[in-house]
Design a protein around this ligand. Sequence first.
Ligand code: NAD
Length: 452
Amino acid sequence: MKVTVIGTGYVGLVTGVTLSTLGHKVICVGRDKIKVGKINQGIPPFYEPGLDSILKNALMKKKFRGSVHLQKSVKESDISIIAVGTPTVNSKIDLSQIREAAKQLGRALKDKKSYHLVIVKSTVVPMTTEKVIKPILEKYSKKPAGEFGLVMSPEFLREGAAIEDALKPDRIVIGQHDNKSGKTCSSLYKDLKTRIFFTNLSTAEMIKYTANSLLATLISFANEIARVSEKVEGVDVVDIWRGVHLDKRLSPIKAGRRIQPELLSYIFSGPGYGGSCFPKDTKALISFANGLGEETKLIKSGVAINKTQPERIIRLLKSALGGTIKNLKIAVLGLTFKPDTDDIRDSPAFVVIENLLKEGAKVFCHDPKAYKESVPKKISDLPIKLVKLPQEAVKNSDATIIITSWKEYVKLTPVFFKKHMKRPVVIDGRRIYDKSAFLSAGITYKGIGLCN
Ligand code: NAD
C-alpha cells in the first residue's frame, strides 16, 4: 500500500521505515527541509538503535523517502498516518500540530477520487478524533467521514527498542470509525503475527492514556516505597523489590525457570520517570478527567511524587558532603531519561542539574548520546560542562551522581571512581552498583531507597 506518514519524529520516522520494511511504499512528511534532506541521505535526526541501517536500506530499495510536501504526498497515497507531536502545555494537551495536520490532510482529500484512510497515531485524549480531527477533515475535504476512512490506532513503541516494537508489536489497537476503516487499517499489518484489537475511537484513545498512566504510577509507587525505606535503619529498597518481584504473579515460573517480565523494571525505585510520554500523558489525562468532573487522585499523587523525586538526589548528595555543595565539582552521568535513546525531554537529569546550579555547584555532565551539539539550546546554554568521556566528568570531582543506567556506567567499578575523583562520593540514582563492593572499597555510597 502507499502510505504517507505526517511527522518525522521518533514515532513518525520509525513507523515510516518499518512500514516500508513490511513492503509498503512510504513517504514521511516533515516540516524542516534540512531534516528531511538528511533523512533522504540516510541520516536519522535522532538516535534510535538500528534506525540508521533500516533507514538506509529502505532508501536503497526506493520504498521510502522524506518530503516536505504534505498535500502532494497524500494525493499519491492510499493511507495517511498522523504522527505529529501532542505536547502538554500548561498541564493541558496542545492539539495545534494535530489541527494543522488535519487541516492540510483535509485539503488534500478534497480532490481525491479514490478512498483514503486517515490513521491517528499521535496520542490524543478521548473524543479528540471524533470531536476535533473528524470535523476538521470533513470541513476541509468537503466530504463526510465514511467517504474517507478514519481510525485511531495508538502507538506503543518504546524509545530504545522502537524498531523491534514496530516490527514485532505486542498488539495493534484499532479504534475504528466504521468497519471499512478498521479493515483497511488492519491490512497494513497483514504480514505481522500479532493480536489486532478492534474497538471504537475513544476507547483506543483511552487505552493509550491508561497504559502510560499505569506504568508511570507504578514508578511513583516504587519511589514512595523508596522514601519510606530511606528512613528505616538497615533497609535497602533494592532488597525490598527483589523480595516483592519473586511473587510468582509478578515473575511466573514456567518449566522450572523464572521469567522476569520487563514490567518489573517499572516496579523499581529511581530518580523518577521522564521522557516524551509519561510526564505529558499523565498531566493530559488529569486535565481531561478534570474537565469531566473527575478527580484522578491516584494519578495526581503519582505526578506529585515524580515532581519531587529528583530533589531526593540532591538531599542525599548534600548529606554525603556535609550539608553544602557550593563551589564543589559534581559529575552527572546520564542526561537522557533512559538508556539507548538521545531523548532528554522531561528527563529528571535537568531537575537535578537546576538544583545543583542553584546551590552553587560546578556541574560536569556526560551522556553517551546527548552531546552538546544535540541538546536543545536552553540546556546547552546552562552554565554546565558537557564532556565526551565519563572520566572527564568524574575527574577531580567531589561527588558523582548516576541518573541514567547506560551500560557504560553499569560497568564502572569502585576502582574507576577512586582513581579519578577527588572525594569518592557516589550517589546512585538508579541503584546500578553493588553497594557492598562500593562501601568496602571506601566509597561513600548513597542511593535512592537506601538507609545509610
Ligand atoms: P516528536 O516531537 O519527536 O515528532 C513530531 C514531529 O511532527 C516533529 O518533528 C514535528 O515537526 C512534526 N510535525 C508537526 N506538525 C507537522 C506537519 N503539519 N507536517 C509535518 N510534520 C509535522 O514526537 P514523537 O515523540 O514522535 O511523538 C509523536 C506522537 O506519538 C505524540 O503524540 C506522542 O505522544 C506519541 N507517542 C510517542 C512515543 C515516543 O516514545 N516518542 C511513543 C508512543 C506515542
